[in-house]
Design a protein around this ligand. Structure first.
Ligand SMILES: [Zn+2]
Length: 167
């Protein structure tokens, strides 16, 4: 491993079904759009994708093994807290985030009015600075589960670098 540069890329992908009635947790913020996401935790599909991307880049498992959806502890669990715990795990192993780039595939809600607040929330959760996180929204073009407003999908790529351990 020592002959490889100390940077790693990770990919996170997640899907949650939409249910009628708000509010929705998405990107760490609460949105009252008349729909919510269905899941064992608070179902924040974007934070789940980010969690998987950083864990995957560091080869430290995935959200399913860290927070099994069979565990009562994880019922209605705050995804922001899960992301914080996953982040602490990568930091412990010497990894730091360079940047995150995220895509949300959703018909409802429209992402652009909430984008800046989501970015700020993710930056704060992970102690990152402006310019390290980006979020964009794509509609489902009226086809497939996203286009029919049955689900929201989120993806994230994360770039990490290993901080040299000083003696
Ligand atoms: Zn999820």
């Amino acid at each position: 491993m020592s002959d490889l540069p100390s940077i790693r890329i990770g990919l996170g992908h997640d899907t949650h079904r939409l249910g009628e009635g708000g509010p929705m947790k998405l990107g760490g913020i609460t949105i009252d759009c008349g729909f919510h996401l269905i899941g064992h935790s608070d179902a924040d599909v974007l934070l789940h994708a980010i969690t998987d991307a950083i864990l995957g880049a560091a080869c430290l498992g995935d959200i399913g093994t860290l927070f099994p959806n069979t565990a009562d502890d994880n019922k209605n669990r705050c995804s922001q807290e899960m992301l914080r715990l996953a982040h602490a795990k990568i930091l412990e192993s010497g990894w730091k985030i360079i940047n995150l780039d995220c895509v949300i595939f959703a018909t409802q809600p429209k992402i652009s009015p909430y984008r800046d607040t989501m970015i700020q929330c993710i930056q704060q959760t992970l102690g990152l600075k402006e310019g390290q996180v980006f979020v964009k929204g794509k509609t489902g073009e009226k086809v497939g589960p996203v286009g029919r407003c049955e689900a929201i999908v989120a993806e994230c790529v994360a770039l990490l670098h290993k901080v040299p351990i000083s003696n």
